[in-house]
Write a protein that binds this ligand. Structure first.
Ligand SMILES: *Cc1c(COP(=O)(O)O)cnc(C)c1O
Length: 320
């Protein structure tokens, strides 16, 4: 299960010309038609580890529309590894867009209440879980563990042969992607991680804890806050309209949870004169377009939006 190289393309917008800035996109959304993006990058070494160690199965955690759960279910189905997803919420969520696909790929779903879900990184809870499921590989929420860094490093290796740039922008969730990029990039570029969560001060520590060596404060990476649009997976109709317009002009399909907020941050930073003339910016498109299926289902986006961004949501599958 090797992740293929993703292409890089330049995008155009009058604002970029006005500020004499070149913008490129590393299209990790194109690495697979179904499980696009960074979740597959992060899972690659985890799946290999599960196979090499002869694990009986994999266990992981996620919300009911989780890109990680969706990608993990597919990857395990491909590799014929039994997998259990601990999902935050009610059993009635099992028929939603994302979880219908997870079931289609034979993931076993266990629904836990919010209180229990909060224990997902608690050592005692994880020990209990490991005792209950011996020989299972437990992967944290979002797939962000030290094994994930290896797969993410390939993004930097690919970029070395693809396009020179000064700054790398990416959306930040659980921190595994950022940690992997920092570690592989070795201070060659400025890395700006756009925080899509509100008030997530713990993330700085979390990213540092994933890094195998110490990167001090002079290092060229930072977490940029102020672009969460109200909180994780929250956005206003105005935010969505802006994202849709950027998508239409640039030809890049965007969703409003990660890549859309990264774009809003990019445009705002350029307008504020953050980047000097002649600067080359690389955006990492982390995929996650499957999330649009759940947003459509909940009426958070319309069919029109999907038409504009030219990303037809794959229909819910029949049960296997
Ligand atoms: C999970 C996710 C992220 C965040 O990546 P982390 O490694 O969790 O920080 C960004 N974009 C998409 C589409 C995601 O699904």
């Amino acid at each position: 299960m090797t992740v293929p190289m993703s292409p890089v393309s330049q995008i155009h917008h009058p604002l970029f010309n006005q500020h004499q800035i070149a913008v490129y996109v590393k299209r990790d959304d194109l690495i697979h038609p179904v499980i696009s993006g960074n979740k597959w990058r992060k899972l690659e070494a985890n799946i290999a580890e599960a196979k090499a160690s002869g694990a009986k199965g994999i266990i992981s955690f996620g919300g009911s529309y989780s890109n990680h759960i969706h990608a993990l279910a597919y990857a395990c189905y491909q590799q014929q590894i039994p997998v259990i997803g601990f999902i935050r919420g009610e059993p009635s969520y099992a028929d939603n867009y994302t979880l219908s696909w997870a079931k289609h790929w034979r993931m076993k779903l266990v629904f836990v209440d919010r209180q229990t879900y909060r224990l997902r990184d608690n050592l005692e809870y994880l020990t209990q879980l490991q005792n209950k499921y011996p020989n299972h590989l437990i992967i944290p929420e979002g797939g962000s563990n030290s094994l994930a860094l290896k797969g993410v490093a390939k993004i930097i290796m690919e970029l070395e042969h693809q396009q020179a740039f000064d700054s790398l922008l990416l959306p930040l969730g659980s921190g595994g992607t950022l940690a992997g990029l920092i570690n592989a990039d070795n201070n060659q570029h400025q890395i700006l991680a756009i925080n899509v969560l509100k008030g997530a001060n713990y993330l700085y520590q979390q990213v540092k804890s994933l890094l195998p060596k110490h990167y001090n404060d002079e290092d060229k990476w930072q977490i940029v806050s102020g672009y969460h649009c109200g909180g994780y997976a929250k956005f206003s109709s105005d935010d969505l309209a802006q994202i849709q317009e950027i998508s239409a002009i640039t030809g890049i399909p965007l969703e409003p949870v990660y890549s859309g907020k990264m774009m809003l941050a990019l445009f705002d930073l350029i307008k504020k004169g953050y980047f000097p003339k002649g600067h080359k910016i690389m955006l990492l498109h982390t995929g996650g377009l499957q999330g649009l299926g759940g947003m459509l289902e909940r009426g958070l986006i319309t069919e029109d939006y999907l038409k504009v961004i030219q990303w037809p949501v794959p229909p819910v599958p029949p049960a296997l």
